[in-house]
Design a protein around this ligand. Structure first.
Ligand code: RB5
Length: 149
């Protein structure tokens, strides 16, 4: 995931719809192509429907990275991490976002729309997009669970 302008696939449920729209506008403004799987409004929906769409495409290698959002970020994390090759990281702060890349090579960033404010969320996205994986011993550790346990 070294290409900083690589496309991002994004999805949320109703609880994080507004934050998704803000993140999407930010990414487009950065010249990053965005594939939005929905949801498309604040009407109640089921987060697994959207989590599966994003995680399956990252798992299949059709997108190098994805962003998922729900109210807490917890449900989306649980869904996404069931897919082979997905390393989804729920991040609440900049340190977590950087470490999720440096040590965990997180290919899906998860945010909680009811937890994290808009401005911090954009900073977290920026840190996650810009921080490279450190490789080395961290790759060895990823290899221990990348294809399941
Ligand atoms: C929706 O009410 C809420 O349960 C969902 O957005 C998420 O927080 C689940 O983990």
């Amino acid at each position: 995931m070294s290409d900083k302008k690589a496309p991002v696939i994004i999805g949320s449920d109703h609880a994080a719809f507004e934050l998704k729209e803000k993140i999407k506008a930010f990414l487009v403004g950065q010249g990053i192509p965005v594939e939005d799987v929905g949801t498309s409004g604040t009407e109640s929906v089921d987060y697994p429907d959207y989590g599966k769409q994003v995680a399956s495409q990252v798992s299949a290698g059709r997108f190098p990275r994805g962003i998922l959002l729900c109210g807490t970020g917890l449900g989306m994390s649980m869904v996404a991490n069931r897919f082979p090759g997905v390393r989804a990281a729920l991040c609440h702060d900049l340190f977590g976002a950087m470490m999720a890349r440096k040590h965990n090579d997180a290919n899906i960033l998860v945010l909680g729309g009811r937890v994290t404010g808009d401005i911090l969320a954009v900073e977290i996205v920026t840190a996650w997009l810009q921080t490279p994986f450190e490789n080395g011993r961290h790759q060895n550790r990823l290899d221990q669970f990348n294809q399941g346990v």
